[in-house]
Design a protein around this ligand. Structure first.
Ligand code: ADE
Length: 276
């Protein structure tokens, strides 16, 4: 996979050369190219921002440097693209608090792409015509890390790149660990169960006995129960999207004890079922 990142703060992306993602780059599984937006300015001050039409606080990024920078990226595709992939072009990802919220599902989708391009906004964002224009040429996704505001897109690029790159074949040593973790589709999108390692007793806290029982079925049941309970208590929004047809009688009993009953397409609080 190739990832191009256009930014005015290239140094921000240096952590991508560390750890598993750095190793993936060294092994040729991933190539990250960081490009400086200011290379595409034409004035002495290398200006990338200006005041917003209609007034208001803060500065916006001007469209012209973005147009030139992104055209230059598009004119330099990875060598190994299939004809079809070359025709489709990259997915342009624009980190922004007004984007769709990034998720494991989107990470899986993006991991299947050969080429991603990130446009990192700073200040109050990028002139809206940049996204409007590139939507007519390539696939564009505005993506938010969550309901809070960052100073720019670079931290989002770090998070999204790590979530995507660890799904590429060969990046994470033990592929099974990818399907067992929180938010994995194979795990029904539930939060992962609590996990323990040695020692068996620590500061008066014991590892649940079932985990040392050697009874694989009982361990799996305990983990599933804990995943369901945790999700019900911490992320009820995820339970609302849990497919009841993926739940057995034991699952339903755990969820009922937490106050959740099956409904069309997900679960809902038992109280709401009575009220209807
Ligand atoms: N840029 C500023 N805030 C952001 C957010 N929440 N997610 C992604 N990019 C951003």
């Amino acid at each position: 996979m190739r990832i191009d990142v256009v930014t005015i703060f290239g140094e921000y992306l240096q952590p991508l050369s560390l750890s598993l993602i750095g190793k993936a780059q060294a092994q040729g599984l991933l190539e990250v190219r960081v490009r400086d937006l200011r290379e595409h300015t034409r004035d002495r001050h290398r200006t990338v921002d200006d005041t917003p039409y209609g007034g208001g606080a803060g500065l916006l990024m001007k469209p012209e440097p973005w147009g030139e920078a992104l055209d230059a990226v598009l004119a330099d595709p990875p060598a190994a693209l299939t004809a079809d992939a070359a025709e489709r072009g990259p997915v342009l990802l624009v980190p922004s608090p007004v984007g769709e919220v990034f998720s494991q599902r989107l990470a899986v989708e993006l991991a299947a792409e050969p080429w991603l391009v990130f446009a990192c906004g700073r200040y109050e964002g990028i002139d809206a015509r940049v996204v409007e224009h590139y939507r007519t040429r390539i696939r564009v996704r505005e993506v938010s890390l969550g309901d809070y505001v960052l100073n720019g897109g670079e931290v989002a690029v770090l998070a999204i790149t790590e979530a995507v790159a660890r799904l590429l074949p060969g990046v994470v040593g033990n592929a099974a660990s990818l399907t067992e973790e929180s938010h994995a589709a194979e795990h029904d999108g539930l939060l992962e169960h609590p996990a323990y390692t040695k020692p068996a007793s620590w500061r008066g806290l014991e590892v649940p006995a079932v985990l040392s029982s050697g009874h694989h079925g009982a361990v799996e049941r305990w983990r599933r129960d804990e995943a369901l309970r945790r999700t019900a208590r911490r992320r009820p929004d995820l339970l609302a999207r849990l497919d009841p047809s993926r739940c057995d009688a034991a699952d339903l009993a755990v969820l009922a004890a937490e106050g959740w009953v099956p409904a069309a397409g997900g679960f809902r609080p038992a109280a709401a079922a009575v009220a209807d």
